[in-house]
Design a protein around this ligand. Structure first.
Ligand code: NAP
Length: 251
């Protein structure tokens, strides 16, 4: 029997991993998505959508589906899902590997102000009205209603559902990746004074950081949360190799 694998996804790496394990006779993978995006990209492996119902729900899922390995490939800021994965795998004895995307490091010319969270990012923008590019998710924008003096531009895949958003907010609908030239154009055309970003790591959203550096713009960088992990892997190739080591031979 092939190894039954649960991939906790919602990231570029999870989609790349799904492509690499699709059709592998030694693996039977299921990709799990939280369901935040109504129209997610099509995936080449079996997919399930929606929360499991906390740690107990995940434990039930692992047992009901006889999962034999879990890959946590969730986003660096998805700390709750990772906390649940560590607890549920410990309880069931299912091996867990965590695909950890290395954080970006500041380079010469970067003007980062690192803050511990979203609330402090809003405070760090200061009292004087500024033109702010919020490179954040739609669940995170409402925090900036506490600093209503600024003009905000946010780029999202989908419109936010919440109503308690900053009063002066313009939404741009787009899905990455974005290149350096288009990020330079956006920051220049919109006369952005400051960028707010998570330290997501990876290439897909790094161009805005390069563009801010080139323009000498400050970046309010929200530090990563503590994210519990299983066996740490840093790229998709290592993850596939880890699964191959666990998978039965001769399937
Ligand atoms: P989170 O705060 O860690 O998790 C909140 C709850 O959402 C979890 O307790 C779980 O619900 C459910 N959940 C999260 N990821 C799931 C998955 N892959 N499959 C099934 N249920 C999941 O997560 P989040 O930061 O809201 O992120 C949600 C999804 O968006 C993740 O798949 C993540 O990889 C992706 N994403 C997040 C960000 C970000 O900046 N946070 C950016 C890009 C993509 P139950 O407790 O009911 O199981």
């Amino acid at each position: 029997m092939p190894l039954s694998v649960l991939i906790l996804g919602g990231t570029t790496e999870a989609s790349v991993l799904a492509r690499q394990v699709a059709g592998n006779p030694r693996l039977a993978p299921i990709l799990s998505l939280a369901g935040r995006t109504t129209n997610p990209r099509a995936q080449p492996i079996a997919t399930r959508t929606g929360g499991f119902g906390g740690i107990n729900g995940l434990v039930r899922f692992l047992r009901n589906e006889t999962i034999e390995a879990v890959i946590d490939a969730t986003h660096p800021y998805s700390d709750q899902m990772s906390t649940h994965a560590v607890a549920a795998c410990r309880e069931t004895g299912v091996p867990l590997a965590s695909l950890v995307r290395p954080a970006w490091q500041p380079e010469p010319g970067d003007r980062w102000q690192v803050v511990p969270g979203f609330d402090t990012a809003a405070c760090a923008l200061g009292a004087t009205p500024r033109r702010v590019f919020l490179s954040l998710g739609r669940q995170e924008l409402h925090v900036f209603a506490t600093a209503p003096q600024h003009h905000y531009i946010a780029r999202l895949i989908e419109r936010p559902e919440r109503e308690d958003l900053p009063p002066d907010l313009r939404l741009l609908q787009a899905r990455g990746p974005f290149d350096r030239e288009s990020e330079l154009r956006l920051l220049t055309d919109e006369r952005i004074d400051v960028l707010v970003s998570k330290n997501s790591g990876g290439d897909a959203t790094y161009a805005k950081i390069e563009a801010a550096r080139a323009l000498g713009l400050p970046v309010v960088m929200i530090a990563r949360p503590h994210k519990p992990a299983g066996h740490i892997l840093t790229d998709v190739e290592q993850t596939v190799a880890w699964l191959h080591d666990l998978a039965p031979r001769g399937v």
